[in-house]
Design a protein around this ligand. Structure first.
Ligand code: NIG
Ligand code: FE
Length: 407
């Protein structure tokens, strides 16, 4: 007999499990059992196994839908300050690249973030995690990258670990020391890459502060060669890599990250078919960031048709950051993935569940499947497409993380 510690009856499950042939991997009129934080049984109500109904907490789902807890696999939630004035400048016609060249952009957030003390950063991080969690998010990737010197990068990565411990949401920590050349290294990008490779990365690896390493490979960021140096060192230290690639131009960062069997290439508006093929053969996930595309008023679309044709897994993420995506909502991202990139609502939901887990290298979540974590979001919706279709309606009924009721 099953001995669950939580039973949810009379629900529809969008399992997102590709081995279940129905759209969304759906199992309708279903139930799900949880024990010690994991899913121990799921299936149709008419196949419900016996359990001790007197001693087990039972939730009546009344036909609600359950999805895996949502996963935001690309964010920059740890920053201080605001870039609202640059927003004004950009609306007057100054480009993102021009602002960066004038010492604004990422550098301006670096100044504010270096000044912020850990208490202030903790509150900022917690507030942003809360906003995401209210929408059903249970795992968030958080990058460093606004410190850009050893102490401040470590401060941000330690904050990721602190938030992971003190907040119900899982925080995956990514080291993005190569986000921009800091002001004190202006004109000396190579020397800054030396610092990243020779000092920061060994320390980050030694202290186990990062789950992955990211580089902004771009004409306003780091070159292909510089990115490769960081990836070589990260790989030598046993860290997985991912890349901000092909956001503003084609620097072939996606091919590069694929050649390292990297977790993901993110943004990829300017990706070409050679890059798509390289990602397909390496199993590198395409992380699409429609809010940055929208906020920069980009017109170059990521190559969705080619990604589909070559069976590259597509994830969707918020990229929440002060410069290109000050929009802290994964539900908005679901909608924009469909309206701006023409993803189907099913692809969009896979993008914030099963494929987002893949982009983080997490095999224990992202689907409803026996043995996986009981990170469950229960929604007051008639069909899973509603999660991408409607926005701004509070339709989250309950959220469980590791089987524990959070809201
Ligand atoms: O993902 N592209 C690089 N990093 C961020 C933007 C950072 C910023 O402008 O502060 C992004 O879009
Ligand atoms: Fe980003």
């Amino acid at each position: 007999m099953h001995n669950p510690d939580l039973v949810i009856l009379d629900v529809n499950l969008a399992t997102m499990d590709p081995s279940i042939a129905a759209p969304y991997g759906a199992i309708e009129q279903a139930a799900i059992f949880v024990k010690e934080g994991n899913i121990t049984w799921l299936g149709q109500m008419d196949a419900l196994p016996e359990f001790d109904a007197l001693s087990t907490p039972v939730i009546q789902g009344k036909g609600a839908w359950i999805t895996p807890g949502l996963i935001d696999c690309h964010t920059h939630i740890l920053f201080a300050g605001s870039r609202a004035q640059e927003f004004e400048q950009r609306l007057q016609g100054v480009s993102y690249q021009e602002i960066a060249a004038q010492g604004g952009g990422i550098a301006s957030t670096v100044r504010a973030t270096r000044q912020a003390d850990v208490e202030a950063l903790f509150v900022l991080g917690k507030t942003r995690l809360n906003s995401l969690m209210k929408e059903g998010v249970t795992t968030v990737e958080s990058k460093s990258g606004y410190g850009l010197d050893l102490d401040n990068e470590l401060k941000l990565l330690e904050m990721n670990r602190l938030l992971d411990t003190h907040h119900p949401v899982t925080v995956q920590s990514t080291f993005l020391g190569a986000h921009a050349v800091p002001p004190e290294f202006k004109g000396r990008a190579e020397q800054y890459v030396d610092l990243v490779c020779d000092v920061m990365l060994p320390k980050v690896a030694q202290e186990k502060l990062a789950d992955a390493v990211d580089v902004f490979c771009e004409n306003v960021g780091f070159s292909f060669e510089q990115t490769k140096r960081v990836f070589d060192k990260a790989t030598e230290l046993g860290l997985k890599v991912k890349c901000h690639a092909e956001q503003l131009s084609n620097q072939h960062g996606s091919e590069l990250v694929a050649s390292f069997k990297g977790l993901s290439a993110d943004h990829i508006e300017y990706l070409d078919e050679t890059g798509v093929i390289a990602m397909a053969s390496a199993g590198t996930v395409a992380v699409l960031l429609p809010t940055a595309y929208y906020f920069l008023r980009e017109t170059q679309q990521p190559p969705i048709a080619l990604l589909r044709e070559h069976n590259v897994a597509m994830a969707l993420a918020s990229d929440f950051n002060p410069g290109t995506a000050p929009l802290c909502s994964l539900r908005l991202v679901l909608n924009m993935g469909c309206t701006l990139f023409r993803l189907t609502p099913e692809e969009a939901l896979a993008g914030v569940t099963v494929n987002a887990a893949k982009a983080l290298g997490l095999g224990d979540r992202g689907m409803l499947q026996v043995g996986l974590r009981a990170d469950l979001a229960m929604w007051n919706i008639q069909h899973p497409a509603e999660l991408s279709y409607q926005f701004g309606v509070n339709d989250l009924l309950n959220l469980w993380i590791l089987g524990k009721l959070i809201q």
